[in-house]
Design a protein around this ligand. Structure first.
Ligand SMILES: Nc1ncnc2c1ncn2[C@@H]1O[C@H](COP(=O)(O)OP(=O)(O)OP(=O)(O)O)[C@@H](O)[C@H]1O
Ligand SMILES: [Mg+2]
Length: 253
């Protein structure tokens, strides 16, 4: 893969992965025994790539997403982001790392319901220690970027699903993350709104060089992905580059 990648760069430079997942296993202990959600995953993701993780319900997509997003820890193996091995961080360092380098978008938007759109977007900045004035200015800028300049002071329940997801995107990118993680960001949206959200994420990644990792069931997402990782029963089944995919309307062969 490294050789292939270096050759593609065309200048002899070896591009180093920004995410390196090595032998990751995750076992959950439940009242009814142990569930092996990930059974040895190896994956390298390169800077600026748009990766979609696909697979049946229960195959381990969200679990993998949580490992890469430093939201949960593997029971075996390691995740390295840049030069940082996540297991070397204590919980405070981990929280700081998340706030500094990662942005998250979830299926259920996960906005704070009692806060206006702009307050939601300011939250990561304020938690990161930024004072109110620059945080407000930066949040306004990003909300304009996602097309919500006329909804800044609205509460989440005064917004449509697509608008709430755009607030969530604004919140995810407000701190200029290196990596944007999106777990089924279009699952609750109609086709048209879902397409708009996909285009928005793609544009942000192209414009700011953000690495995007999504877990998705949405075939529209595949069209903008550089690589698609198929996961099956906690293991990578295969990985396809976009040009290798034969995408028809609504189906993938
Ligand atoms: N906290 C948990 N405790 C016990 N088992 C869990 C936990 N989280 C996930 N699992 C199990 O791990 C497996 C993988 O779950 P995961 O949420 O990663 O699947 P998924 O591919 O994201 O599915 P979906 O497409 O439905 O979102 C499932 O069998 C699930 O039941
Ligand atoms: Mg999931």
């Amino acid at each position: 893969m490294d050789d292939k990648r270096a050759a593609q760069a065309g200048n002899g430079l070896v591009v180093k992965p920004i995410v390196n997942v090595r032998g990751v296993e995750k076992a959950f202990q439940t009242g009814r025994g142990t569930v092996l959600a990930l059974r040895g995953v190896d994956l390298e993701i390169y800077p600026g790539e748009y990766i979609s993780v696909m697979g049946p319900s229960g195959s381990g997509k969200s679990t993998l997403f949580n490992m890469i997003g430093a939201l949960d820890s593997p029971t075996a193996g390691s995740v390295t982001i840049g030069h940082v091995k996540l297991s070397d961080l204590n919980s405070r360092q981990r929280a700081f790392f998340r706030g500094r380098h990662l942005g998250y978008i979830f299926q259920a938007y996960n906005l704070v319901t009692t806060m206006s759109a702009i307050k939601n977007v300011m939250l990561p900045l304020v938690l990161g220690g930024m004072s109110k004035k620059p945080a407000t200015e930066r949040a306004e800028e990003v909300l304009r970027e996602v097309g919500l300049s006329d909804r800044m002071t609205h509460l989440p329940d005064e917004l449509s699903g697509g608008q709430q997801q755009r607030v969530a995107i604004a919140r995810a990118i407000v701190n200029n993350p290196t990596i944007l993680l999106a777990d089924e960001p279009t699952a609750n949206l109609d086709l048209h709104t879902g397409l708009a959200i996909i285009q928005m994420i793609k544009e942000l990644s192209a414009r700011h060089g953000v690495t995007v990792i999504t877990a998705t069931h949405d075939h529209e997402m595949l069209k903008v992905s550089d690589r698609v990782v198929w996961i099956e029963d906690g293991r990578i089944d295969h990985i396809a580059r976009r040009e290798e995919l034969d995408i028809h309307a609504g189906s993938v062969d």
